[in-house]
Write a protein that binds this ligand. Structure first.
Ligand code: MN3
Length: 205
């Protein structure tokens, strides 16, 4: 059974960038819903699994309800782990790789922001370590995850939720202002950890 992870901070700790009500609804309603539906679908389909990564490996053989809710659970667990109210900077190893791939941290953020603005409808923007072992920005639709075997886009280092439910209460249609807010909350220590360690879901929270 999968469990809804706690956030690092109280819902109010992400303001003014993301308001407490958005955080609470996003966590307690949206993410909790993915976990509940995932656990239910696992029982319904008589699946034995302890690792969500195992579901991703055979995702094309599984019902869409598992794809959507396993993705929803993984994606949000990563997203929460990347949000914090502490100022931080990328590790020297990660920064060197960002500079090599994108020119500078500022260039990286600008291109990532453009990509996040370009997602049509609901989806995610990711920084991944791709299969050539280099950094790459990719987008996925709905709750798809780069690790899903039929996408096989690489290992996610940063994931940004650009579904309207992530920002609509405070920002309405101004997705660009929400993206700027996420940059202010992004926990580069955790991003650097993901870059260096490739943690499994159990290592997050
Ligand atoms: Mn969401």
């Amino acid at each position: 059974m999968f469990i809804l992870p706690e956030l690092k901070n109280p819902y109010s700790a992400y303001a003014p960038y993301i308001d407490a009500q958005t955080m609470e609804i996003h966590h307690q309603k949206h993410h909790a819903g993915y976990v509940k539906k995932l656990n239910h679908a696992i029982i319904e389909n008589d699946l034995q699994t302890e690792r969500i990564e195992d579901l991703f490996e055979k995702i094309s053989e599984l019902p869409t309800i598992i794809r959507n809710n396993a993705g929803g659970h993984y994606n949000h667990t990563v997203f929460w782990s990347l949000l914090n109210n502490t100022m931080s900077t990328p590790s020297s190893e990660l920064l060197a790789e960002i500079n090599k791939t994108f020119g500078s941290l500022e260039d990286f953020k600008n291109v990532f922001t453009e990509k996040a603005l370009s997602v049509f409808g609901s989806g995610w923007v990711w920084l991944v370590i791709n299969n050539e072992n280099t950094l790459e920005m990719v987008t996925t639709h709905n709750q798809d995850n780069p690790l899903m075997a039929d996408l096989n886009l690489g290992y996610p280092i940063i994931g940004m939720d650009v579904w309207e439910h992530a920002y609509y209460l405070k920002y309405q249609n101004k997705r660009d202002e929400y993206i700027t807010a996420v940059w202010s909350l992004l926990d580069w220590d955790q991003v650097s950890f993901r870059y260096g360690q490739k943690p499994e879901m159990n290592d997050l929270n």
